[in-house]
Design a protein around this ligand. Sequence first.
Ligand SMILES: [Ca+2]
Length: 112
Amino acid sequence: MLKSVIISLVLVGVAMAYNSYRSLIPNGSSVPNPCGGGSWRGVGHLQEGGTGPLNPFGADFAANNHVWDKALCMMDSDGDGRSNGEELGDSHCHWSVISGGHLSSATGHPGE
Ligand SMILES: [Ca+2]
């Protein structure tokens, strides 16, 4: 019983952590799934569900202390020729967690 409670609390903590990260990047809840329809919930992870190893965008986001700023916005984490900002709908790198800003729709996944 105690083991089940502990496992449940750990899983809730993991889910809350990745949900909070999504709110720290533009359009974090509506990043297109590069494998098909719908959105990619774990934007910084190789697995859609947000667990496991980080993808290149997740690694850059972590190295930037989980802060969306102009430097991270202008990077091309996945090397596809489009900046993270272009893919996430912040092509002018004006969006911030505090002030928001005009966004267009996310058109790509910055880490895949
Ligand atoms: Ca890119």
